[in-house]
Design a protein around this ligand. Structure first.
Ligand SMILES: NC(=O)c1ccc[n+]([C@@H]2O[C@H](COP(=O)([O-])OP(=O)(O)OC[C@H]3O[C@@H](n4cnc5c(N)ncnc54)[C@H](OP(=O)(O)O)[C@@H]3O)[C@@H](O)[C@H]2O)c1
Length: 250
């Protein structure tokens, strides 16, 4: 699993370990991963760490080798690592778009590509991609993030169909605003807005709903009632959705 050093990934790791899943976790902050592994092992679980920047090919290869070498294979790949930025598109530079896509899209795509041979040998193999409601309905001031999660949505739909004949399933998880360190970790925020204002689901609850979706072998879950309303409004009445998002989204 990627992105396990905080927020959703941290709780997801703990919940899965309690169900007997043996984990290898990745993120850049090795001290946080060690803390997670010690916590899980104190609860009787198995959690190995593989720290590093998931945008680097050698880190992705090392993470996979740790799974196959130490645990004997891969049954579940969870692509959770993600970053964002908030601010006007015209005021940002190309680097902001590329940086966000490297983590939220290219790293996920390439991690999945190299894991497919091992997943084919796994037991009830499953890929879990943590996306966002913003990967279904985009909003202003988060153009790069929305674009990256739309790309992830497209990749996930395509791969789900492509991998079904070889027995690998894919779950796309779309949380709404979540109470985590995500906004503090954003690479830039030029808006001055309080993005968590108006209610956010706890990272623990997002993790619990994700585990439920995995257990039920769902293919797509949108985690909040508000998120489902936005997605369906966008599908059924896109003109109204556009006006509402432009009026209230910034
Ligand atoms: N928070 C929200 O409102 C929200 C809403 C919808 C969807 N999501 C999605 O949920 C996922 C988890 O986010 P979160 O809310 O739990 O935020 P978070 O606490 O900031 O977690 C993000 C995780 O990604 C890791 N990460 C970031 N860049 C990385 C890199 N280059 N290499 C390896 N790991 C990296 C971070 O660890 P290090 O910093 O240690 O590397 C951290 O463990 C993301 O995909 C996010 O897009 C979040």
């Amino acid at each position: 699993m990627t992105g396990a050093s905080s927020g959703i990934g941290w709780h997801l790791a703990r919940l899965l370990a309690r169900q007997g899943v043996r984990l290898v976790v990745n993120a850049r902050r090795s001290d946080r991963l060690t803390e997670l592994a010690e916590t899980i092992s104190g609860e009787g679980g198995t959690c190995l760490t593989y720290p590093g920047d998931i945008t680097q090919p050698e880190v992705r290869r090392g993470l996979l080798e740790q799974c196959t070498g130490e645990l004997g294979g891969v049954d579940i790949l969870i692509n959770n690592a993600g970053i964002g930025a908030m601010g006007r598109f015209e005021e940002a530079d190309e680097q902001r778009m590329r940086q966000i896509f490297e983590v939220n899209f290219f790293a996920v795509a390439e991690m999945t590509r190299i894991a497919i041979p091992a997943l084919k040998q796994g037991e009830d193999p499953l890929v879990v991609n943590i996306s966002s409601v913003l990967g279904h309905r985009a909003a202003p001031l988060k153009s790069e993030y929305c674009a990256s999660k739309f790309a992830l949505h497209g990749l996930s739909d395509s791969l789900r169909a492509e991998l079904a004949p070889v027995g690998i399933e894919l779950l796309l998880v779309s949380p709404s605003t979540t109470d985590s360190d995500f906004f503090d970790h954003s690479i830039e925020d030029t808006t001055g807005k309080d993005w968590k204002k108006g209610g956010a689901m706890s990272a623990e609850k997002v993790a619990a709903k994700t585990v439920r979706g995995m257990t039920k072998r769902r293919h797509e879950i949108i985690l909040t009632f508000g998120g489902r309303i936005i997605v369906w409004l966008d599908r059924l009445l896109p003109g109204i959705a556009n006006k509402l998002v432009a009026r209230f989204g910034q």
